[in-house]
Structure formats: C-alpha cells, structure tokens
Design a protein around this ligand. Sequence first.
Ligand SMILES: NC(=O)c1ccc[n+]([C@@H]2O[C@H](COP(=O)([O-])OP(=O)(O)OC[C@H]3O[C@@H](n4cnc5c(N)ncnc54)[C@H](O)[C@@H]3O)[C@@H](O)[C@H]2O)c1
Length: 374
Amino acid sequence: MGQVHSRAYSRLLHHFPDAPLLPRLVAVADTDPARRAQAMQAYGFAAAVDDWQALVAQDDVEVVSVAGPNFVHRDVAVAAAQAGKHIWVEKPVGRHLADTTDVAEAVREAGVASAVGFNYRNAPAVDLARQLVCEGRLGRVESVTVRLLSDYAAHPDAMLSWRFDPALAGTGAIGDLACHGLDLATHVVGGQAGQISEVVADLATFIPHRPQPLDPTAPRSTILAGGPTGPVGNDDQVGALLRFAGGARGVLMASRVAVGEQCTYGIEVHGDRGALAWDFRRMGELRTALDQGYTDVGWRRVQVAPGHGELGAFQPGAGVAMGYDDLKVVEAERLIRSIAEGRPIGATLDDALRTAETADALARSAAERRWVSL
Ligand SMILES: NC(=O)c1ccc[n+]([C@@H]2O[C@H](COP(=O)([O-])OP(=O)(O)OC[C@H]3O[C@@H](n4cnc5c(N)ncnc54)[C@H](O)[C@@H]3O)[C@@H](O)[C@H]2O)c1
C-alpha cells in the first residue's frame, strides 16, 4: 500500500491541476532494504530510512502515510500526529479498538488533518448511491447487504504472514475486509440513520494452521508446502446481522478464503420505494430500481458520468473505466484539500474509530454469542 499511496501523491496534479498543495515525496521508511531501494529508484523518494522514527522527526515532512502492517499503525500514526504531521493511515488503523482510539485522540489533540484508507467510498458510483439515498429516492431504508469476499488466503498452504497473527494484525477478515463494508454501509446510508447501533456476529477459522514463512517479506499469498506450520489466530470469515440507528437491518459477509471470489466487494440497499446495488468489479456502474411501483420493479444500469463524484477528473465520459489506484488519488486529493481548507473532507480518523468500535463489537458478539449494542 505504500506504493499505492506514493503513486497517488505523484499523480495528484495530473488529475487535480487546481490542487491547493503540491505533494513532494521526501522520505520513505521500510525495514526491507529492497523495498527502500525500489522506493527511491521507481518512485523518486529523495531519501529512504529503515527507522520510521527518523522520518517522523524530519522537519521537511508535513504529511505521513502510514501504510505498513497493522502492528505499526498506532506507534507511527500517534508519533506523526504528535509531531504535528497530517496523517493518511491505512485501514483498519491498528490491530484493535485501543490502537485506533489512541490514533484518533492524537489527531484530535494535535489538530492535524487525517485520512483513512476506506477507498471504496471514493468510487463515483458510491457517491451517486449515497446521494440517491440522501435525497430519499429509495424511501425509507430497510435493508443493507455488504459482501467482501476474497480468495487471497483460500490456499491452505498460503504462508502464515503477519495477517494471520492477532498480535500483529488484530482480527482477520473483520479488520482486513469487513471494515471496508462497515464504512461503505455507514457512508451510503448516511447521517445518524446510517450509524450501526447493534450487531450479532459469527466468526470461523477454516484453515487453523499454515506454513511458517521462510521470508517474512514475501507477498501475502506466497504458497509454501511441506515445512513447519504455525497456528492461525484470527478469523477467516465473519458473518453478521446489523441494526442501524434509522431502523434499517443489515447483513454482512466477509471472507478471505472464498474460493472463486476475487474482490467481490459490494453493497445493496433496499428501501420501501427503491433499491440500488454496487459491485467494485464493475466500479463505474450503479444498478438502480427507482421511481416505479412496489412490485415487478425493473432494474436500470447507470454508467457514472463526469459530474458523478470525481469521474470527470479521470475520464472524459461515461463508460470509460476508473481503476483501484484512482480511488487512492481521490483519497489523496481529499486529504490535501482538507489540509488546505482546515476542515475534514473524505474518510477521517473519526470514521475509522466508528468502524473500529463496530469491528470490536463484532468480535465480542461472536466470542460471547450474543447481540452487542454500540
Ligand atoms: N485500503 C485497501 O484497499 C488496502 C489494501 C491492502 C492493504 N491495506 C492495508 O495496508 C496495510 C499494509 O498492507 P500491505 O498489503 O501493503 O502489507 P505488506 O506486508 O505487503 O507490506 C508492508 C510493508 O511494510 C514494511 N514494514 C514492515 N514493518 C515495518 C516497520 N516497522 N517500519 C517500516 N516498514 C515496515 C514491509 O517491509 C513492507 O514493505 C495494512 O494495514 C492493510 O490492512 C489496505
């Protein structure tokens, strides 16, 4: 994700020529020397260090992207905020609620701007979905379904990386995948009505042991067979029922071991007068069932066009696709503008904290086998 953030800063002016500030890639911190070399050669960073504390102490660093594994988020983000740097932190912002709370408090106390990697809310079709719900076009929102299905850990010999260790990652599918869905649901339903008020969840770990890593920096889905194995300490899958403050009910399913699914990330919202559905794999489309009767309602496929969200900054017309990296350029632009204008724009640490509270409630609900209120 450090590479994705770096590309986003570099491309900011290509897409937003009127951006109020021009990012310059000053320094990168990575414990892996090959990654440091790549950051300088391919991305043009002026300097690379192995210790992030040196980077946070630099006077000429004004914004810090926190894109390491979950176990480094808290310390880096808190130190950066306390040093007066604005921060862009990857989800889930730490391993657990305590980490996220510390970062949110540091941001609040320092008065710095923050952004969080809930990139799916930056898709123009998601902007349109939120707008339609907000305008009441669906009527009273009754049900919200979010699905975050991936096969990245489906192979039983996929290496035991930091993601499977609760001491390093916190939760599994909850923090890695479900948190995106919680943010999407809250963002699209919007306002107080979109706040999640109660949850009941069920977790499963289907692959309890995985091969020990030989090279801890190997990509996450590296396949290793034969060697010693170690325990998987967090959830492969989470299923949950959600209750929203506005009365809507939700269903969430997230899995990292879903054979046949790659980036099956999406949301469906049904109201008493209409419905909508969005799937990340067809990012530029929003399916809608609006302005009709109650039964036998037909669906329409809307291609987002310039004027919907930030599509116009990337493509000249409807039907020309944006990609994943573009969502991060939007995220960078919202952060830069929030720094320049001194007000929150886009997902912030407050959103991350709300999501972390819900993620924590999901884990507690599953452990205690009961509904948990937020
Ligand atoms: N928003 C999204 O869509 C999205 C997608 C993937 C990952 N993420 C998040 O991004 C974060 C990173 O995930 P990833 O897939 O890039 O992980 P990764 O394991 O591929 O990369 C982590 C990088 O951090 C470096 N690192 C490890 N310890 C460090 C330390 N103490 N100091 C400095 N560098 C250190 C590693 O050498 C490596 O280069 C995670 O929190 C993950 O949840 C978000």
